[in-house]
Design a protein around this ligand. Sequence first.
Ligand code: MN
Length: 469
Amino acid sequence: MQDSNGDLARLGRDLGRASSDLKRAKSALIVSRSDADGISAGSIADITLERMGIPRRTVFINTVDDDLIRMINTAEEDFVWLCDLGSANLSEFTRQNLIITDHHTPDPNWRRKQTVLDSFASIDHLNPYAYGFDGSSDVSGAGMTYLLSRKVDEGNRDLAHLAVVGAVGDGQDSRESRLVGLNKTIMSDAVQNGDLIVEQDLRLFGRETRPIVQFFQYCNDPPLQGLTDDPSGCMEMLEFLNIPLNSDGRMRCWNDLDRDEKERIIDNILSPLEMSDQNRIYGEAYTLPGYPKGTGLRDAREFSNILNSCGRYDDADTGMRICKGDPDALRDAETHRAEHRRNISSAVSYIKGNHLIRERRFIQFFDGEDNVKDSVLDAVTGMILNSPECRRNLPLFGMADSGDVTKISAKANRDLAGKGLDLSILRQAAMSVGGSGIGQTVSGSATIPKERKETFLDTVEELISSQIS
Ligand SMILES: [Mn+2]
């Protein structure tokens, strides 16, 4: 039974149709988002097609912009499967053989049953909102992708735990401290398959890998009186409750404790809290017994955190290798993360050391040319903006060359939004020099031809001057 009253019958029929469509594919492009839900979703789709013997290319992206839409519309593969994205852009697709498993709010410009550009091509659009489910709590992008995967082949039930990781990554269990709706069905699949243990436990981060003192010390949602930010307070409590900190010469983590030890602590922690805080901190916790003890992959929240960090460090591909069970992938992710951090800090010192930050009347910018990797440009721009070398009251445009094009990352302090700044002008400015861009109020990105930088900055400045003044 479902917690929600969505139209399961119609969803089942549409999944069936999408599944038969997919079975006609000779090759496919999979596009997914590079956060935990997206990486789980892309991995489920990738494994599904792999098992069907369909050649495929799987790419992970951070933003849906005009370039991506164009890439989807012109991909040479005969099918495109969009995971955790696509619903918001339905009216922009012009291609045949498109399958979307997403949970974001659908494009309001798209009429239900509309065919692509009113031709006869159809989209298999699988989105919870179209069936009366809630995309923020009933199912995630990975969940929708899993439901299609299971429709293709019941044998794919061994991927259900990845959909749980995706749902947890998107915080779908946070409102009720448990999974509800379609997520609950997916969770049962994973439990029945032996890939998931659901128990009532503390929902703090780091059950598998954080030594117990840190486990409580870093809890801040809600903050715990006498424990949060107070390591000696944590040690006192543990000593008082007669909980040894170490065993066999190593620090014990929460999941090293036995049920009785856990219960003593839980009682002690919950009793002074208000009911709403109790419900937030105590509820369903998800253990993945197929992964080794003491690794972050054994706890769904820690697993999703690892995937999120892969995405943030431009390493979603390694995240997918983790999902696909590659035993070296976790270590590689750590190596790549360290490398990425080095790239960021050397780029930041290069820009500061060479005094590359320039100021104009309404904007400031730096041009890293080909000395700054475009994969770290966004992070670097954010760090430069928050450094004392930068003005707080001007938006910052970071630039880095990549082949024939220049990538641009724009960021501004949030207070500038109140003064009228809106970086969605990046799209217009980039288009005026033959590039493409996308922006929200205080952030944005663009790609422009290398030789048009000056003109681009002039255009941006002109557009911003009319917002601010
Ligand atoms: Mn998602």
